[in-house]
Ligand binder design. Structure first.
Ligand code: AMP
Length: 162
């Protein structure tokens, strides 16, 4: 179980926890790779969510997923950019969360994922939780926890039992 004080202080800052869907750059599954290539290059994010026309979350797209089909043995071809669309190359095995405020689960999953898409039970995408925003929360706790809680070291014998 996560420490109650840490959980409480992170949740106090909940308005910064999730970046809402309307602030997240995304592509449509039916977009051409040419459109996605231009968009990803412009926004400069490593990976962005792929949605359908009803805002359902379908997967993630990175520049590497777009350029991979462009590579021949010793040449690069632009033709796949018009022949393929986003759903042909996107990543679909994605870790998502339903509750952006389940701190224990979020901290655990952010160890291996730079961000987590937040997806409702009906599949609708509502935003992302990023490592960066959570790190800001941890930084805040590191600087402020002793203004809210009294922290005292345990006697050595008790600490060693952990
Ligand atoms: P950060 O922790 O801010 O560096 O973000 C980590 C990753 O989350 C980025 O590389 C993107 O893949 C994704 N990301 C963060 N913010 C956005 C956004 N506004 N729109 C789309 N993707 C984002």
């Amino acid at each position: 179980m996560i420490n109650e004080a840490i959980d409480h202080m992170l949740i106090e800052n909940r308005k910064h926890f999730m970046i809402p869907g309307d602030m997240v750059a995304s592509v449509s599954a039916d977009n051409s790779l040419r459109h996605a290539f231009l968009l990803l290059t412009k926004v400069r994010y490593a990976k962005i969510p792929v949605l359908d026309n009803d805002d359902h979350f379908l997967g993630l797209l990175s520049l590497a997923m777009i350029t991979e089909p462009m590579l021949g043995l010793d040449d690069v071809s632009l033709a796949p950019l018009d022949q393929l669309c986003v759903k042909d190359v996107m990543q679909t095995d994605v870790v998502t969360v339903a509750d952006p405020y389940d701190v224990e689960n979020i901290l655990h999953l952010l160890i291996d994922n730079p961000f987590l898409p937040v997806v409702q039970d009906d599949g609708v995408f509502t935003g992302i939780v990023t490592r960066r925003e959570v790190m800001k929360g941890i930084n805040y706790i590191g600087h402020n926890i002793d203004k809210v809680y009294r922290l005292e070291p345990l006697p050595e014998s008790t600490a060693e039992q952990r």
